[in-house]
Design a protein around this ligand. Structure first.
Ligand SMILES: Cc1cc2nc3c(=O)[nH]c(=O)nc-3n(C[C@H](O)[C@H](O)[C@H](O)COP(=O)(O)OP(=O)(O)OC[C@H]3O[C@@H](n4cnc5c(N)ncnc54)[C@H](O)[C@@H]3O)c2cc1C
Length: 463
């Protein structure tokens, strides 16, 4: 065995990123160890069922049939028949995209912006949205959502936050039409790594979204160490050579980390290459999952309420898309509240938070309070990476690599990228392909995503 392949690769974190990395490396003959700080795997893709039969994710989660097939749980997922979003603006609800398109002031604004042409490459998110959608739609709809979601003014955010909005309006309408025709929620704006089309739709695993990670774990149980937070990543001569966990140092051939990017420099010793990452910030979120004894409260799965002055900026009634997530005739509405660690919304008692959200809902849907039957509150300090202009250059440099040989930072928070589970999966495989070639002493290839042969069979053509 080649020298580099004798020592294991240390994978830090057992969310979908870490498990995908370890699974891929192991299948290709590389020894791995997975060190997970928590008591269980799945990280942000954890799911829970309470004793009344309500299912909860960390914010509502949808995956695609393509991801499910790739990890081997395609047969254990249910198709999501419908998904829709609506915007609440100045007391009126507009469905997406047709309701917005039927509003003359938005269409006129968008046309004016198009006719006016581009005034150079937009630097801020505010400029990007105004150039792309017109001032009226941007100021009334898009920017209030962006600001509630990120906790920063849109003119202080990089235009890169809009990267995920690649679909043209024509393509969105076409995919929506296919969705109706096929009675499946075709995925729109979910993946940037792989093409979207009528054959890629949303599904949900029978036992919750964590089933994706449990499937990967099934082949890795003997190498996962739970409750083993990594305390140090040791770099010598600009190369990751060892890690320290539970007070023990272990030599490694490489380190693959899913630790949130701003925490990484606190763990790395022997280089200051990662110091700029300390400035990166996440937007913390509180998710208040309200239970109701009645279903069909919202008119669509998601209602964006950012401009309406409520404590939450988004409501999601998941059982409208996935009826099995609540007992028959009952429902669950998740309220997304952007906050800061330690502020009122972060520290408020769960029952009081539930009441506050129901009060706001009551003004939208009079009488809803009589159906309310309690809530469950989930909080995370690392929900969304904030692309603040203060550190945009450092973020772009980091997107190209850690700058330390054999240290890879992967996954949503590890990459500090707005990516969902499927893109975490493909991007991780691409990076691990790179690492594998390196460990085998092969020359690097131009980065290519693995070719996917069929959504139904989920075969990876090149791994
Ligand atoms: C509100 C919200 C809604 C979302 N909705 C969707 C959706 O509908 N569909 C979708 O596909 N995705 C969705 N996502 C994104 C999805 O949850 C993430 O992309 C994915 O779960 C990230 O996986 P990861 O492995 O990169 O990170 P994580 O799941 O965060 O895993 C990282 C792991 O590393 C561990 N760790 C951290 N530090 C250490 C250390 N020092 N030592 C050891 N272990 C450590 C953590 O305990 C954790 O288990 C959503 C995310 C949010 C916030």
């Amino acid at each position: 065995m080649n020298d580099a392949l004798q020592k294991p690769v240390a994978v830090i974190g057992a969310g979908i990123g870490g498990l995908t990395a370890a699974h891929f490396l192991r299948r290709n003959g590389v020894p791995v160890m997975i060190l997970e700080g928590g008591k269980q795997v799945a990280g942000m893709a954890s799911s829970y069922v309470d004793d009344r039969g309500f299912h909860y994710d960390f914010g509502a989660h949808f995956i695609t049939n393509r991801l499910a097939a790739a990890v081997g749980i395609g047969g254990q997922c249910r198709d999501v028949p419908y998904y829709g979003e609506t915007f609440l603006v100045k007391g009126r609800q507009y469905s997406y995209p047709l309701g917005l398109l039927a509003t003359p002031r938005y269409v006129v604004g968008a046309l004016k912006a198009k006719i006016g042409g581009r005034q150079g490459e937009p630097r801020t998110a505010a400029d990007w949205f105004r150039q792309e959608f017109g001032r009226t739609l941007a100021d009334e709809v898009s920017l209030p959502i962006l600001e509630a979601w990120s906790g920063a003014p849109a003119d202080q955010l990089s235009a890169a936050v809009a990267q995920k909005l690649q679909n043209s309006i024509g393509r969105t309408i076409y995919l929506r039409f296919c969705s109706r025709l096929r009675r499946r929620a075709i995925s729109i704006g979910y993946s940037q790594e792989m093409p979207e089309g009528p054959n890629v739709w949303h599904v949900y695993p029978e036992h919750g979204v964590s089933q994706v990670c449990e499937r990967l774990l099934a082949d890795l149980r003997d190498v996962v160490e739970l409750e083993s937070p990594v305390q140090q990543i040791i770099v010598e001569n600009d190369r990751a050579v060892a890690i320290r966990a539970a007070g023990r140092e272990r030599e490694v051939s490489a380190v693959v980390s899913t630790v949130p990017a701003p925490i990484l420099p606190k763990l790395v010793t022997g280089t200051d290459a990662l110091e700029p990452l300390r400035q990166f910030r996440f937007r913390p979120m509180t998710f208040v999952c309200l239970r109701f004894e009645k279903r069909g409260i919202l008119s669509d799965t998601v209602l964006w309420t950012a401009a309406a002055g409520f404590p939450f900026f988004r409501l999601t009634e998941t059982p409208l898309s996935m009826p099995w997530l609540a007992p028959e005739g009952k429902t669950l509405i998740t309220c997304d509240i952007g906050c800061q660690v330690g502020d009122e919304m972060w520290t408020m008692d769960d029952a009081a938070l539930g009441d506050k959200c129901v009060d706001a809902l009551e003004s939208l849907y009079p009488g809803v309070r009589q159906h309310y039957s309690g809530c469950r509150v989930l909080r995370t300090p690392i929900a969304y990476p904030v692309y603040h202009l203060d550190y945009e250059e450092a973020r772009q440099r980091f997107a190209a690599g850690t700058g330390v040989d054999n240290l890879y930072s992967i996954g949503r928070n590890g990459e500090f990228a707005h990516i969902l589970m499927e893109d975490v999966y493909w991007r991780t495989i691409r990076k691990m392909n790179e690492l594998l070639r390196k460990l085998r002493g092969a020359p690097p290839t131009p980065a290519t995503a693995p070719r996917f042969t069929s959504a139904a069979s989920g075969q990876l053509a090149s791994v």
